[in-house]
Design a protein around this ligand. Structure first.
Ligand code: PNW
Length: 456
């Protein structure tokens, strides 16, 4: 099973999850510092204070990537390292770190894929309302410019946002993520302002000469319980409506504005019933519909729903009143997430049809398992099986005509898994949190071979 020539193989991480060094070189505070230091928010009271200490160990980590043969490394930039107050004065030391990282990657023949926002909003901006405040979108574009001015001569691949659905609905809706606010109206407002920030930043980057601009979303095929194991199963009208509703809230809410310049009616109705639509101004959708080159898809598991009287509506899902969320009949990872590899091909084929004219990239895919170190090795056969199963589906989607440019494993390293802390390990490289030693798991060695032969 061979992949197209130039198919991009890589791995991904995010700043707060790996860097540590939270007080170094003038870094300002982010909402994740505040959130993780407030008891009860993160499992075991974990914080990103040290994380994988990547800030000090990036050279070794790049050497490791080179050994694995990665062609691309997707990482994010911590906005509060660049602008400690979220706006105004730029901190040259913060830019300096990423500049050295980029140089190290290029010297190792690895293409840097820079994500500008992977959830670590400067706390100073949260103090002014965070993403519920429209101004944040404009500050985001200024920040994007500051980063581009320093790195634009060497970085060819730019991502504005990682997973705006998660940032808005887990951050401001159900409060599972920073800043831990819990109001559906705030989440819907935030989603719009994140999209506005995406459009403003994409346009700014383009005006500065950037050529490969990407928006990354968390997406999933939405299936009825029967469809999980039988793609041919046909839901009745009520179940089909539930499926369509959740697909709209999860995926169309972001890609319709970004690619078609309009919100689905269901999203506007949900906003109208949750705080109103006054925050959506004339001209916003035109800004959001900025030309982009790729859509990044983070896929872990399908979303399983059916029609039903919505039990208390999850504030992460305003608009889902007539939908019941179900668990899939499938084995699960240590996150409790069902393993449904062909969900990935179903999703990619559909998105390539619904949103033509841009390349697709799997910007995250991977799994947490309860890894054990035995004699200095991690025999993570479950992770190898997960990755192999999903890569087969990527190949299948390409064969079915999807314009898929690459695949990035989540994650290079075990790291700070947000509200789950360090107990959930997604890495293909094991991190010993006592010594901070890195140890490639069997999955890393397997992935190296996959990359080497450009296929399975
Ligand atoms: C993504 N959900 O997060 C992120 O981009 C990564 O930073 C993260 O480590 C990875 O997936 C694994 O969790 C998500 O609840 C977090 O739907 C939560 C959800 C989806 C994605």
């Amino acid at each position: 099973m061979i992949f197209p020539e130039n198919f991009v193989w890589g791995a991904a991480t995010a700043s707060y999850q790996i860097e540590g060094a939270v007080k170094e070189d003038g870094r300002g505070q982010s909402i994740w510092d505040t959130f993780s230091h407030s008891p009860g928010n993160v499992a075991d009271g974990d914080t990103g204070d040290v994380a994988c200490d990547h800030y000090h160990r990036y050279r070794d980590d790049v050497a490791l990537m080179r050994e694995l043969g990665l062609a691309a490394y997707r990482f994010s930039i911590a906005w509060p390292r660049i602008q400690p107050d979220g706006r105004g004065k730029v901190n040259p030391q913060g830019l300096g770190f990423y500049s050295r990282l980029v140089d190290a990657l290029l010297a190792a023949d690895i293409s840097p894929y820079v994500t500008l926002y992977h959830w670590d909003l400067p706390q100073a901006l949260e103090g002014e309302g965070g993403w519920t405040n429209r101004d944040t979108a404009y500050y985001f574009a200024d920040y994007a410019q500051a980063v581009h001015e320093k790195l634009g001569d060497r970085v060819a691949h730019w991502t504005t946002l990682n997973e705006p659905w998660v940032a808005a609905y887990l951050g401001y809706g159900n409060g599972v993520h920073a800043p831990g606010r819990r109001r559906a109206a705030d989440a819907m407002r935030s989603a719009h302002h994140l999209l506005l920030g995406h459009g403003l930043a994409a346009r700014r980057l383009r005006s500065l000469g950037a050529e490969n601009i990407m928006l990354v979303i968390n997406s999933a095929p939405v299936l009825t319980p029967a469809q999980v194991n039988d793609p041919q199963a046909t839901p009745d009208a009520a179940d089909a409506a539930a499926v369509h509703r959740i697909h709209t809230l999860l995926t169309r809410q972001f890609l319709d504005p970004a690619r078609h310049g309009s919100y689905p009616a269901e999203v506007l109705e949900a906003a109208a019933r949750n705080g109103g639509t006054d925050h959506i101004l004339d001209g916003d959708l035109e800004i959001i519909n900025a030309p982009i080159d790729q859509i990044g898809i983070n896929y872990y598991n399908p979303c399983v729903v059916e029609a039903g009287p919505g039990s208390p509506v999850d504030p992460a899902w305003p608009g889902s009143e007539d939908v019941r969320f179900r668990t899939a009949d499938a084995p699960t990872t240590a996150m409790g997430w069902p393993i449904v590899p062909d969900g990935l091909s179903r999703l990619l084929v559909r998105l390539s049809q619904d949103y033509p004219g841009v390349g697709l990239m799997v910007t995250e895919n991977g799994a947490a398992f309860d890894d054990v170190v035995t004699d200095g090795r991690v025999h993570d056969t479950d992770r190898v099986a997960y990755l192999e199963g999903h890569l087969r589906e990527v190949h299948r989607a390409i064969a079915a005509g999807a314009d898929l440019r690459g695949y990035l494993v989540w994650s290079l390293l075990d790291n700070f898994e947000w509200a789950e802390g360090y107990r959930r390990r997604f890495g293909i490289v094991h991190v010993d949190y006592e010594t901070l030693a890195r140890r490639p798991k069997d999955s890393a060695l397997w992935y190296r071979d996959v990359i080497g032969r450009n296929g399975l």
